[in-house]
Design a protein around this ligand. Structure first.
Ligand code: ADP
Ligand code: MG
Length: 600
C-alpha cells in the first residue's frame, strides 16, 4: 500500500513546484523591469510609473473585493480622495499642529480602514447593482464634503499635498518608495488570495451556499477584506496627494473609479497578475495615445466591451496556458476507500442525529409535516420518496438553512439551532448538493481544500504575512485534500480547473470536499444522479467505507438498487410525511411504498 502511494505524492509535489515557478516568473520580470526603469533617466517616465505603482496599491486591495469576492465596488475613488485629504490636511497643519508625513499616512490608513468597512457594510445585505450604487453615492458625498468644508480642505481651490523627506523628495526617490509599497501590497494580497481566506472569498462569490456549508461566514470575512482594501486605498491616496503636489476635488473623477474597476475586469477575476497588468496598461494607455486622453471614458467602454465579448476570463485566462492542455478522454473514477483511514486518523467522536417532529411549510405547502428521523453513527440511512416529498427540505433543515416551524434537530445531546448554516461544519456535519456547487475557476484541489476551512488556525493577519502557522495550515490542508482526492479517485485531476470536469467527477469532488471535515454526519443529496452503473457501484462501496469509519450517512437517492444494497435503514417520505421506515428488506415489500413510489 505504502509503496504504491508514495510515488503519487512525490509526483504531486513536483507538479506543484513547477506550477509556482511558472506563476512567479511574470512577477519577477515585472520587478526587474521596474527596478531598471530609472536607467532611462527620463523624469516623465518616473511620473507615469509612480502613478501606476500608486494606482496598483489601491487596486491590489480592491481586487480582493471585486475580483475575488465578486462585489461590485465601483466608487472606490472615494477612499483615494479620503486618504489624499487626510494626509494633506494632517501634514498641512490646518486642523492641528502639522504631522510628519509618515504619521499622516498611517492616520490616513486608519481612516481608510474605518471607511472601508462603512462603505462595504451595505454589501452584506444588498446585492450587485444596489451595492454598486451605494459605493458611487459615497464617492459623491466625499467630493461634496471636500468642496464644502473650505476651512480645512480649501474647497474648490484645494490644498498642497505633503512633501516627502529625503531621499524620497526626488522623482526617482519617490518612485522607489511607491514601488516598494506596491511590491509589499502585491505580496500581502497574494498571500491572502492563496490562503483559506482567499478560497473563502471566491467560494462566497461562486457558490455561496456551499461556502456556508463548509463554515465560511460572509460578514466576518468581508469586514476583514474591506478594512485591508480601505487601508491600502487611503495610503495610495496620501501618496497620490504627494505626487500631485496640489489636490483639488476635481482631481478625483469618476474616470479614476472606472480605471480601477476596469483594470480588475480586464485583468480577470480571481487573479493578482491580471489586474496588475491591467492597471499598468490603463495607466500607460492614455499617455502613449495622448490625443485619446479626452476620450478616456469612451476608450474604457470599448475596451470593456471587447474584453467581455472576446476574452471573458481577462488577461489572466489568456496567460493560463496550463489549463488549455486537453484532458485525457474516457477517464474512469476509481475510488480508494482504503485511504480513508489516513484521512480520518484514529478517533471520530461518533454522535447520532435525531430529528423530532420537524415541520416546515412554504406558504400553504407543507414540505415537512412532523417528520421523525434517526441516523445512527456508522450507519447508512436512506431517505427516499417521490419528487417533491420533502427530501431536500429535510437536508436543508438538518444543515441549518431553514428553521423548522415545529420540532427540532439534535446531534448527540446538543440541539442544533436553525438559520445557522455556517455553524454546522463546526459540529462535523458535511453535505453535498443535488446540483454540484463548486468554484469552476479554482482548481479541483482548491475546491476540496475549501472543505477544510474550519480546521484552519492562522488568523487573517498571519495569512497576510504568511507566518509559520499559515504555512502549516496550508501544508496540512493541501495534504489532506490530496488524500481526500485519492479516496474518491480524482488525485490525477487535482490541479485542473474544476469547470473542466465531467458531471460525475464533480459529484465525487463534492464528496471529497465533504470528507475534508472528517464528518460525524454526512448528508448526500442524490449523489448517484447522472452516474454510470459502474460508477454507482463504486460510489456505493465508497459510502459504505465512509460509514465504516463511524460517520453517519444520510443518503437521499432515487436509485433503488443503491439504496437497498448499502442502507442499514430506510425512511420513506411522501408529501412531507413518513410513509414507512425500516430495513431495506421490510421497505422493499411494504405495500404502500410499493404502490406510491417503487411501482410494481
Ligand atoms: P424533494 O427533494 O423530495 O424532491 P423538496 O424537499 O425539494 O423535494 O421539496 C418539497 C416541496 O417543497 C416541493 O413541493 C417544493 O416545491 C417545495 N419547496 C422546496 N423548497 C421551497 C422553497 N424554498 N420555497 C417554496 N417551496 C419550496
Ligand atoms: Mg431534492
Amino acid at each position: 500500500m505504502r509503496s504504491e502511494t508514495l510515488p503519487a505524492q512525490a509526483g504531486a509535489r513536483a507538479t506543484r513546484g513547477h506550477a509556482s515557478w511558472h506563476a512567479l516568473l511574470p512577477f519577477a520580470v515585472l520587478l526587474i523591469l521596474s527596478l531598471l526603469l530609472p536607467l532611462t533617466g527620463n523624469d516623465y517616465w518616473a511620473l507615469i510609473a509612480t502613478r501606476a505603482a500608486i494606482y496598483w496599491i489601491l487596486v491590489a486591495g480592491l481586487n480582493l473585493i471585486v475580483g475575488y469576492a465578486g462585489q461590485l465596488a465601483i466608487g472606490y475613488v472615494a477612499l483615494l480622495t479620503l486618504g489624499a485629504y487626510t494626509t494633506a490636511v494632517l501634514t498641512g497643519g490646518k486642523l492641528m499642529a502639522p504631522m510628519p508625513v509618515w504619521g499622516a499616512l498611517a492616520a490616513a490608513g486608519a481612516v481608510g480602514a474605518l471607511f472601508g468597512v462603512i462603505v462595504g457594510l451595505p454589501a452584506l445585505r444588498l446585492r450587485t447593482f444596489y451595492f454598486a450604487m451605494t459605493t458611487l453615492g459615497f464617492a459623491t458625498i466625499v467630493t461634496q464634503i471636500a468642496l464644502a468644508w473650505q476651512s480645512v480642505t480649501g474647497g474648490g481651490v484645494g490644498l498642497p499635498g505633503p512633501d516627502m523627506p529625503a531621499p524620497f523628495n526626488s522623482a526617482w526617490g519617490f518612485y522607489y518608495l511607491c514601488l516598494g509599497f506596491a511590491v509589499f501590497c502585491t505580496l500581502i494580497t497574494a498571500n491572502v488570495a492563496r490562503s483559506r481566506y482567499g478560497r473563502a472569498l471566491i467560494a462566497l462569490r461562486d457558490a455561496e451556499v456551499a461556502a456556508e456549508a463548509v463554515g465560511i461566514s460572509k460578514p466576518g470575512l468581508l469586514v476583514k477584506v474591506f478594512m485591508l482594501a480601505g487601508t491600502l486605498a487611503a495610503i495610495a491616496g496620501g501618496l497620490f496627494a504627494s505626487l500631485q503636489t496640489y489636490i483639488t476635488p476635481d482631481a478625483f473623477t469618476f474616470d479614476l473609479s472606472l480605471l480601477f474597476f476596469i483594470s480588475i475586469l480586464i485583468g480577470g477575476r480571481g487573479s493578482i497578475l491580471g489586474p496588475l497588468l491591467g492597471t499598468i496598461l490603463l495607466t500607460i494607455l492614455p499617455e502613449i495615445a495622448a490625443p485619446l486622453a479626452a476620450w478616456a471614458t469612451f476608450l474604457y467602454a470599448v475596451l470593456l466591451l471587447a474584453i467581455v465579448l472576446l476574452m471573458p476570463g481577462g488577461i489572466a485566462a489568456l496567460l493560463d496556458w496550463r489549463n488549455r492542455k486537453p484532458l485525457e478522454s474516457g477517464r474512469a473514477i476509481t475510488p480508494r476507500p482504503a485511504a480513508l483511514a489516513e484521512l480520518y486518523g484514529q478517533t471520530l467522536q461518533a454522535r447520532a442525529l435525531k430529528v423530532q417532529g420537524a415541520a416546515l411549510a412554504f406558504g400553504g405547502l407543507r414540505a415537512l409535516d412532523g417528520v421523525d428521523l434517526e441516523v445512527a453513527p456508522g450507519q447508512v440511512h436512506g431517505l427516499i420518496g417521490p419528487n417533491g416529498s420533502g427530501k431536500t427540505t429535510m437536508l436543508n433543515v438538518i444543515s441549518g438553512y431553514y428553521q423548522p416551524q415545529a420540532g427540532g434537530v439534535l446531534l448527540g445531546d446538543s440541539p442544533l439551532p436553525g438559520n445557522a448554516p455556517t455553524k454546522r461544519a463546526l459540529h462535523g456535519i458535511a453535505r453535498t448538493f443535488q446540483t454540484p456547487r463548486l468554484v469552476g475557476e479554482a482548481s479541483v484541489l482548491q475546491n476540496v481544500m475549501m472543505g477544510g476551512t474550519v480546521a484552519g488556525r492562522a488568523s487573517f493577519i498571519e495569512a497576510m504575512f504568511c507566518l509559520p502557522r499559515q504555512l502549516r495550515d496550508e501544508r496540512e490542508m493541501a495534504q489532506r485534500a490530496r488524500v481526500a482526492l485519492r479516496v474518491v479517485g480524482l488525485e490525477e485531476l487535482a490541479d485542473v480547473r474544476a469547470d473542466r470536469l465531467q458531471h460525475s467527477e464533480l459529484r465525487f469532488m463534492e464528496i471529497a470536499r465533504a470528507l475534508m471535515l472528517k464528518p460525524c454526519l454526512l448528508l448526500l443529496d442524490e449523489p448517484a444522479a447522472g452516474l454510470s452503473t459502474e460508477e454507482i457501484l463504486r460510489l456505493g462501496a465508497l459510502i459504505k467505507a465512509v460509514s465504516a469509519q463511524g460517520t453517519g450517512v444520510l443518503l437521499v437517492e432515487h436509485h433503488a438498487d443503491l439504496i437497498f444494497d448499502i442502507c442499514d435503514h430506510v425512511t420513506v417520505l411522501n408529501l412531507g410525511r413518513v410513509l414507512a421506515h425500516g430495513t431495506p428488506a421490510e421497505i422493499r415489500v411494504h405495500q404502500e411504498v410499493v404502490s406510491a413510489y417503487l411501482g410494481a
